[in-house]
Write a protein that binds this ligand. Structure first.
Ligand SMILES: Cc1cc2nc3c(=O)[nH]c(=O)nc-3n(C[C@H](O)[C@H](O)[C@H](O)COP(=O)(O)OP(=O)(O)OC[C@H]3O[C@@H](n4cnc5c(N)ncnc54)[C@H](O)[C@@H]3O)c2cc1C
Length: 467
């Protein structure tokens, strides 16, 4: 419970239209896109200026009240669940695209700008912002930076971190901090943009960013490749990369996911296929033609049947199918647990075999899709949290999936972060020395621990508990 005086001070900063406290108003801020038990915040505030963010933080630090920065709440690791209550700070009131610079190829945006809106605005000006998480129609730039979100174009164009040139954030005493800027090169001082990327709201509240833009590709070609066998499809991914072909997109859907997508969207895909690869090459027309021919030949040699998108409509349908994979699976069972294990790309066939073994061993429904070109797979477990016996099997399966990825020199999370959902496993990947360093870092910049408590660095205590 927060004090009345604290509430009154917050009210004087943001005004009554931007503060919520009634249980029914704050309920929808007690969870995010992760299937975890909800925790209600005491208050929700929506600053409309960046300076207000500083004042809110200073007040929270003074009173020792937890502060949970929240964009669209689409993260998949429990990153905005207010475990101890406190104040949820919505960034959606900071939604200005401040500048798009066509000469120097950058955009300055506030943290609450929705990703797809930025992409569409810069496209109108003949520019390209490549990071495209499947959630981009609602996710915010702040949330993307804090989770280092990836997308369908990650293989060739990289992920959010590759486009962050500068950041402005407010620290634990409410002071404005600026790192990086509008120049391509900048090595003045610590790499503060690097520090903020993937920090999951635990080190400060981001209010604006300078993002790199690039010229759009001049041509592109998309295709669907149909396989009768899942392992053959995953071997093709390794073969394409080994041949030094770099498609813009190289996505994978297994049979279970294909069926779910077809049922949900009616898109024209073969439901008897063992697996599909969705591939797009782009760039200069001559390069597109060369890469397209090479990719087709590799796919056919490995037993795939290639269907090329003949029009923009067919291309859009291919990508719609992929973007709808998660929501299509979500219709099938009450609880969906989406993992994002990531392995070196040559290890994708081995990781697919591990997923299949785990599925059989624990008798679970698992659909797998993902950014195969990045080695980033989303084994998605469909279950019902109310079924205690099955939930026990799900927990064991997740642990084995994580261990399988680590055994293949992979990682627990390619793009969804640690949040609260993966805390118990973090120590396995990074070790205790790293956790202790993260804790000292956090303690130095946020001594009262107000920023997003119980997330990420909280793995230190959890890690030791497990010993
Ligand atoms: C259907 C669906 C598809 C998805 N597809 C993808 C995908 O393809 N790739 C991918 O990477 N992810 C994907 N995600 C996950 C999610 O959309 C991303 O993690 C996204 O970056 C979260 O953005 P958000 O605005 O919703 O952030 P939130 O969920 O609100 O917050 C995420 C984290 O960032 C922190 N945060 C947010 N804003 C700020 C700020 N201004 N300052 C400090 N901290 C802040 C929060 O505290 C939290 O730790 C998907 C999710 C769904 C539901």
């Amino acid at each position: 419970m927060v004090k009345e005086t604290f509430k009154r001070e917050l009210l004087s900063i943001v005004g009554k239209d931007n503060l919520w406290e009634n249980p029914e108003d704050v309920l929808c801020y007690s969870y995010d896109a992760t299937p975890l038990p909800p925790c209600k915040p005491d208050l929700v505030v929506r600053p409309t200026t960046e300076e207000q963010v500083g004042s809110i933080i200073a007040l929270c630090t003074q009173e020792g009240v937890p502060l949970i920065p929240r964009g669209a709440g689409t993260n998949l690791s429990g990153g905005v669940v207010p475990v101890d209550g406190g104040v949820v700070l919505l960034t959606t009131g900071l939604n200005r695209i401040v500048e798009v610079n066509r000469e120097d190829l950058y955009a300055v945006v506030q943290a609450g700008v929705v990703t797809a809106r930025l992409a569409a605005e810069v496209e109108k000006l003949g520019l390209f912002y490549p990071p495209d998480p499947a959630s981009m129609s609602v996710s915010t730039i702040g949330g993307n930076i804090m989770e280092n979100a990836g997308g369908l174009r990650g293989l060739k164009y990289g992920v959010t971190k590759d486009y962050v040139m500068g950041v402005t954030f407010y620290d634990a005493v409410g002071e404005r901090v600026v790192g990086g800027g509008k120049t391509v090169k900048c090595v003045t001082g610590y790499n503060l943009p690097g520090l903020m990327i993937s920090s999951e709201g635990t080190l400060g509240v981001l209010t604006r960013a300078v993002l790199r833009l690039i010229p759009p590709p001049r041509a592109r070609k998309a295709m669907v490749v149909v396989y009768d066998d899942l392992i053959k499809a995953s071997e093709t991914v390794s073969a394409i990369i080994a041949a030094h072909i770099l498609p813009a997109t190289l996505e994978f859907l297994d049979q279970f996911t294909i069926k779910a997508v077809v049922e949900a969207t009616g898109v024209d895909l073969p439901t008897d296929a063992g697996a599909l690869l969705l591939i797009e090459v782009d760039g200069h027309p001559a390069q597109v033609e060369y890469e397209y021919r090479e990719a087709v030949s590799i796919c056919e040699d490995s037993g795939g049947q290639v269907r090329v998108a003949r029009s923009e409509e067919e291309r859009d349908e291919v990508w719609l199918a992929r973007r709808k994979a998660l929501s299509s699976l979500a219709r099938l069972k009450p609880t969906l647990i989406l993992e994002d294990v990531t392995v070196p790309r040559s290890q994708i066939p081995a990781m697919m075999a591990t997923i299949e073994e785990v599925r059989k061993k624990y008798d679970l429904l698992i659909g797998t899709f993902g950014h195969a070109g990045d080695g980033n797979l989303h084994p998605t477990i469909l279950t019902d949290r109310r079924d205690e016996k099955e939930t026990e099997r799900v927990e064991k399966a997740i642990e084995e999936l994580f261990q399988g990825a680590l055994d293949l020199c992979g990682t627990l999370s390619g793009e969804h972060g640690i949040g609260v959902a993966k805390l118990p496993f973090l120590v396995k990947e990074v070790g205790e020395g790293t956790l202790r360093f993260m804790k000292r870092l956090k303690g130095g910049v946020d001594p009262r621990g107000i920023f997003n408590p119980h997330k990420l660095v909280a793995a230190y205590e959890r890690g030791l508990e497990r010993d």
